[in-house]
Design a protein around this ligand. Structure first.
Ligand code: KMH
Ligand code: ZN
Length: 275
């Protein structure tokens, strides 16, 4: 069985210390969570950044500080920045971080309700602009999918050469407004992917563990971490992102899938073929 790529989404833009005191904001806190996650088996870190008071930001200055500090602590790890940021941010704000030429970045492939009055806006033209900027800067995109139509959008843009291979997807299950975190819906998305693409699966809140395990069984990869879920089980907060990485790594090994190193992850996602 092919190895499992574990991504740790260590802080997100929405979750706060009021939800879980271990959510990292400062540079040392980010390094602590990154290092522990990598030691537990994460090959990829999905990174949002905050100001020291927890305010989400996409500032390239802050990203630079955080990426440099994490790179020093985890030199092999694939650092995937967010171009999603937080709802309400402008496209220009969101993609400023690409000036730093990170190895990988998220590329959100459609607009989705985000709970209450929040809308996470990604119009077709925004997707094209993000994709083109990533191509210019040789940044490998992870295609973020919140609903089935977003896979169809990728297929259309790929036909026009506006999104280019290799195609690596993150199927985000259970956002309040997106596709539900159910086995049927996950199978539907996986069967809708273009042949030859790779995928990872994120489940929001209590959907995280079940969606991760189903992805392991379906031959996909997994994303864990505070961005998606702060509870190890009902009422029990994770003490750090590494708790989630360790648990899914143990489950994966017991299902006969060993854990991929960062270089093995690069090869499996065919990251070098794009550049
Ligand atoms: N924070 C969400 C609004 C991404 O990183 O690309 C968007 C998000 C997706 O987290
Ligand atoms: Zn994110």
């Amino acid at each position: 069985m092919k190895k499992l790529i574990i991504t740790a989404a260590i802080c997100g833009a929405e979750v706060t210390k009021e939800h879980n005191p271990q959510v990292p904001y400062t540079v040392p806190e980010m390094v602590r969570e990154a290092k522990a996650s990598v030691e537990a088996g994460a090959a990829v870190l999905h990174i949002h950044v905050r100001e020291d008071d927890g305010t989400p930001t996409q500032s390239k200055r802050r990203y630079n500080e955080v990426l440099e500090a994490i790179r020093e602590a985890c030199p092999e790890t694939i650092l995937q920045v967010s171009t999603g940021g937080a709802t309400g941010m402008t496209l220009e704000e969101r993609i400023e971080v690409l000036d730093l030429a990170p190895e990988m970045a998220s590329l959100d492939c459609g607009t989705v309700n985000f709970g209450g009055d929040e809308i996470f806006v990604n119009t077709e033209n925004m997707i094209i602009q993000m994709s083109e900027r990533m191509q210019e800067m040789a940044v490998f995109p992870e295609l973020e999918i919140f609903d089935k139509g977003m896979i169809d959008m990728v297929i259309r843009l790929h036909r026009k050469n506006l999104i280019v291979e290799p195609l690596h997807f993150n199927l985000v299950m259970g956002v309040n407004g997106g596709i539900a975190a159910t086995p049927r819906d996950l199978l539907f998305l996986v069967e809708s992917l273009p042949p030859g693409s790779t995928f990872t699966v994120s489940g929001i809140g209590r959907g995280q563990l079940a969606m991760n395990v189903q992805s392991i069984l379906l031959g996909g990869h997994v994303r864990v971490g505070f961005e998606d879920n702060i509870y190890l089980e009902k009422g029990v907060l994770g003490d750090g992102n590494a708790d989630f990485v360790r648990r899914i790594a143990d489950i994966s090994r017991s299902l006969q899938r060993e854990i991929a190193t960062p270089d093995e992850a690069r090869a499996m996602m065919r990251m070098k073929e794009r550049i």
